[in-house]
Write a protein that binds this ligand. Sequence first.
Ligand code: GDP
Ligand code: IMO
Ligand code: MG
Length: 433
Amino acid sequence: MPQGVVIIGVQWGDEGKGKIVDYYAAEANVVARFQGGNNAGHTLVVQGKQTILHLIPSGILHPHAECVIGSGVVVDPEVFLAEVDVLRKAGVPNLEQRLALSDRAHVILDYHRKLDAAREGNAGDGKIGTTKRGIGPAYEDRAARRGIRIADLYNDKVFAERLAQNFAEKNFLLTEYYKAEPLSMDQVVEKYRRIAEQLRPFVRDTAKWLNDAIVCGRKVLFEGAQGVLLDVDYGSYPYVTSSHTLPSQAALGLGVRLPKETLFLGTIKAYSTRVGEGPFPTELEGDPEGIGEKLRLTGKEYGATTGRPRRCGWLDLVAVRHALRTCGIRHLAITKADVLTGFGDLKVCVGYQRKGQRFDDWPADTTMLDDVEPVYETLPGWTASLDGIRSAADLPKELKNYLRFIEEFTDTRVNLVSTGAGREAVIDIHRAF
Ligand code: GDP
Ligand code: IMO
Ligand code: MG
């Protein structure tokens, strides 16, 4: 691998980023998360054993890899500690030495989760379908300059004052506006004092540490969460998450200069899925042929964080091309190719039709997508199993054709193809950047 690899999701999340990060992590020295929080669910399957990580970088199962959670991540400390505990019990070694948490990261507190749930509960049809992990409210507080950062947990005066200010405001909102139960501040200070002590071995100035590592030539993987179509600016606003999911966020969310030799790799699922509300032009829900349901069952498309069934549909290359252009990505990892085996003819969306007009760009006003008809190109499918294939040359010619179509439509190159959930099921097409 080059000195830096940035891996992001190109669609609505759950493209298989965790698996691709785990694949590269065999060669990396450091794996770092730069945005999002425990709304993410990244699945790794190693020797048949599944691990789902929400906050800790997907390199942690490689005992040599050091892992960093940067300042751009919003951290629920209880989730972090629980995840550490699960990994420790599973025998993952040297966590205190290998895992670092930025002292500048913002903390998700109980009132963020509670507000997230109250807003969603109140929004009726306008709900976003969030993960209710408090992500949006925590990023709001950061922007509004009333957030509490990890470093603030170690300053009793700042912590107590800011907490009191926040509790007064949040409880007013909860009780007066959302008609929900207030939260009690009793014992919170004590609880966080305890949590701060438990976090202490992990907390550092990760920006300084990572910059030094990059200067020394160490290899770093930058692990994105969510996907470009969930980016707060370039996604299907307002049905997005509250952070930037683009590769440029890697530098910002870690406070580093990326290595000069960095590969920017976009992960794309061979079809489309989405959890939560919002436009999804190629969605196949209740389609007469039952293809949406078949994709969900074959691809095991249930949320890794909330367990919600994922909405499924054909690959939307218009959305993908928009996403790739927005972030300048030219190299791809295509996952879950095996899921499409035996599906017969495959459709890919190459344009939209609305009120007799065709367009093939992703509009800023995404309500325009509510009543579009996708324009499909039909490509031949394949029937032979992909199990055990380790070389691109052995892939069925129809799959090669499918990959070539994606490359041509989006002006990119496919570097990796994933053909199963396990660590070993990756085909490296050896295209340098
Ligand atoms: P992430 O959030 O992008 O890391 O993706 P998730 O872990 O939420 O969802 C991807 C799901 O697909 C997980 O259950 C993975 O184990 C699984 N997966 C990843 N790559 C492949 C693949 O190539 N084939 C199959 N069948 N499953 C895969
Ligand atoms: P990974 O990293 C898929 C979706 C939620 C909702 C919207 C906003 O596993 O790909 P939020 O809780 O962030 O305020 O919810 O974003 N969402 C994801 N969907 N994968 C994810 O992460 C997601 N993280 C958030 O379902 O639609
Ligand atoms: Mg996921």
